[in-house]
Design a protein around this ligand. Structure first.
Ligand SMILES: CC(=O)SCCNC(=O)CCNC(=O)[C@H](O)C(C)(C)COP(=O)(O)OP(=O)(O)OC[C@H]1O[C@@H](n2cnc3c(N)ncnc32)[C@H](O)[C@@H]1OP(=O)(O)O
Length: 213
């Protein structure tokens, strides 16, 4: 594959991580774009912040990727822009060669993806995430340093926080949050937040807590 020149949308901490993965993968960074006027013209991690997102065009880069951690923001921007999205993979990751991966997805160092898994678009597989065999990862999901066991699935927009685990064949519904350290043993409702081991709904825990006092 010829070297790509990739624009990054977002110039915060996650944007810097995206830049480091692009460079480690042997591509070049065309610059950061962010709708934050105060940082236009500045330099972040040695890379210029060029201007607003609306200025990205195919004459300035070959591809773009969204370097923003918020899943809903990635969805909104991906739907607004008509551009070729880059899928970027750190060379110190291992992804089974037949894995289907959607455009705009970031795969950080230490990630492992086993056979039969399918990864959506604009997903973040963050540092050391593991996605085991036959898992499904929906579009705009973010798996931090976390683990999906064999046959587990997470739907669109799910956030799996640090050190969380979803057990085999369990499903996490769309736009749910799995809190740091949670162990998910049964299916999770869409748009809910679960915490603890075994993982329980945070809103139910809060309601019980109120009753107890
Ligand atoms: C590369 C990177 O850095 S990736 C960054 C990844 N980021 C993370 O992993 C952060 C993950 N965030 C969490 O786990 C958060 O705590 C959330 C999203 C689950 C909940 O956040 P909030 O809704 O703000 O909850 P809040 O902090 O108000 O806590 C509410 C209650 O839940 C408890 N709680 C919150 N998170 C957890 C958790 N992960 N496990 C167990 N209990 C928790 C709190 O102790 C609190 O209990 P209390 O009411 O008895 O005091």
């Amino acid at each position: 594959m010829s070297k790509r020149n990739i624009a990054i949308i977002g110039a915060g901490g996650h944007g810097e991580v995206v830049a480091s993965v692009i460079l480690a993968a042997g591509d070049s960074v065309a610059g950061f774009y962010a709708d934050v006027p105060s940082i236009w013209g500045s330099v972040v991690a040695g890379i210029p912040v060029i201007g607003p997102i609306s200025e990205i065009s195919s004459s300035r880069c070959s591809h773009a990727i969204i370097g923003i951690g918020a899943n809903d923001a990635r969805k909104r921007i991906a739907q607004e822009l008509d551009i070729e999205w880059a899928t970027v993979m750190h060379p110190f990751s291992w992804v089974h060669p037949e894995t289907e991966i959607g455009p705009g997805t970031l795969i950080c160092a230490g990630v492992i993806v086993q056979p039969g898994a399918r990864i959506g678009s604009h997903v973040i597989l963050n540092t050391k995430a593991s996605v085991d065999h036959h898992c499904r990862v929906g579009d705009y999901a973010h798996i931090a340093v976390a683990h999906l066991a064999g046959g587990a699935s997470i739907a669109e927009g799910v956030f799996m926080a640090l050190s969380s685990t979803v057990l085999p064949k369990v499903h996490v519904g769309a736009w749910a949050t799995v809190g740091a350290g949670a162990v998910v043993k049964k299916n999770v409702e869409p748009h809910s937040t679960v915490v603890g081991n075994p993982a329980q709904s945070l809103s139910e825990l809060r309601a019980r807590h109120k009753v107890a006092h």
